[in-house]
Design a protein around this ligand. Structure first.
Ligand SMILES: NC(=O)c1ccc[n+]([C@@H]2O[C@H](COP(=O)([O-])OP(=O)(O)OC[C@H]3O[C@@H](n4cnc5c(N)ncnc54)[C@H](O)[C@@H]3O)[C@@H](O)[C@H]2O)c1
Length: 367
């Protein structure tokens, strides 16, 4: 049988998440499905750090050199959020498939521009919502889809994370606490993942009411509380926090169905101690899901053969590379990201006016 083609990958952005993707890409090189062709970052130290996780054939300070490299067949964009628009459009101009980290851009108008351009290009394209590859999140979605607990009624989601900026975590980059670069704080930067998951579970949101604070004094929010109504009638709350409690990197869901309730805690590392799932139906003790078995079932379903990875980025990147190789649609795509961004954008509008805001499917000028 002919050997499967190893897809030539270019990585643009060699910081924290670029290094995590590089770890996954090294395993994909080992799997024979990727060739690590080129990586770019203006910082030599960041380039070296990426190269320690995955040895690229070429390193460059200039993103264009990687995007234009004739041996690069698909581009991963892992630079800071404010750089995504130009890098995605630049990649689309070459006709190459593109993977872009979340959030797509600091403003909803730029998100709309990016999503329109990706849709018009028809290239294979994926967004870095790696939580969709978490086995317990996928189990929750299967429970929603099957209807076995009845219709979903409402939910509460709590996200919290240590403030990921240099002023709070020594050595961390600081663009996240600058509104012009990040576009928003805990809600946009972190809980765009939660906005995506609740939209994936319950369909698009239609109305949002939100309150926000900036306790640490940056010009982006570090505490936000949202009340969300979905088009199918499901109602929910999302509370998101960036604070100073080092060591907590969790997301907690409570989902209430007509005939069952779910409590779900996830973390972003495979096999995290915090992972847990309880399912309760009438007159029965709560059933604790065996996380290890669930993970195994999930990875087998996804066709993932190796188990020596710590980050779900390996599973997500593998899905993208497989889609590129098969010229198939990749998921989660930019249309999914637009839905999540629309929810977040409505929350920012609501927090500004103090009134509930409608979720606009099409981007609106927030000015
Ligand atoms: N999916 C996730 O869970 C997840 C997690 C962390 C970060 N992210 C996202 O990934 C992106 C990067 O975050 P990070 O934590 O790696 O940031 P970071 O500050 O650690 O690293 C960013 C790197 O990009 C480089 N860079 C700056 N401009 C560039 C350009 N135009 N081209 C190429 N490189 C450039 C910087 O020198 C730096 O090395 C952000 O959008 C962030 O929100 C996603």
């Amino acid at each position: 049988m002919a050997e499967a083609h190893a897809v030539g990958i270019g990585l643009v952005g060699c910081g924290m998440i670029g290094q995590i993707h590089a770890d996954g890409l090294a395993k994909l090189v080992d799997d024979g499905s990727v060739r690590a062709v080129a990586a770019a970052d203006p910082s030599p130290g960041a380039r070296d750090a990426v190269n320690r996780n995955c040895e690229f054939e070429r390193l460059d300070g200039d993103p264009d050199a990687v995007i234009d490299d004739p041996e690069v067949e698909a581009v991963f964009i892992t630079a800071p959020t404010a750089a995504h628009r130009d890098l995605v459009l630049r990649t689309l101009a070459t006709g190459k498939p593109v993977f872009c980290e979340k959030p797509l851009a600091p403003t909803f108008a730029a998100v709309g521009e990016i999503c329109d351009a990706v849709a018009a290009s028809g290239v294979v394209a994926q967004v870095g919502f790696h939580s969709r590859f978490h086995p317990l999140v996928r189990r929750l979605r299967a429970l929603v889809e099957s209807g076995e607990l009845g219709a979903p009624m409402g939910y509460a989601v709590r996200d919290d994370q240590y403030w990921p900026t240099g002023g709070v975590v020594a050595g961390h980059s600081s663009w996240r606490s600058d509104r012009t670069q990040a576009g928003g704080g805990a809600l946009l930067e972190h809980s765009i993942h939660a906005a995506d998951i609740v939209s994936w579970l319950f369909g698009p949101a239609v109305d949002v009411y939100a309150s926000m604070r900036n306790v640490f004094g940056y010009d982006v929010e570090d505490a936000a509380a949202l009340t969300i109504t979905h088009a199918n009638g499901v109602v929910g709350n999302l509370v998101t926090i960036f604070n100073g409690v080092r060591g907590r990197e969790e997301r907690r869901f409570e989902v209430f169905f007509e005939y069952g309730t779910i409590e779900l805690t996830t973390n972003f590392i495979v096999g995290a101690d915090e992972d847990s799932m309880l399912v309760q139906v009438a007159d029965q003790p709560a059933q604790r899901v065996d996380c290890a078995s669930e993970r195994e079932v999930c990875f087998v379903q996804l066709g993932v053969e190796r188990r020596d990875f710590l980050f779900y980025q390996y599973v997500s990147d593998r899905a993208f590379v497989t889609a590129v190789r098969d010229r198939a649609a990749a998921a989660p795509g930019f249309g999914d990201a637009l839905v999540a961004h629309a929810l977040v954008d409505a929350a920012y509008r609501s927090a500004t006016t103090g009134m509930p805001a409608s979720v606009a499917v099409q981007p609106v000028d927030a000015s």
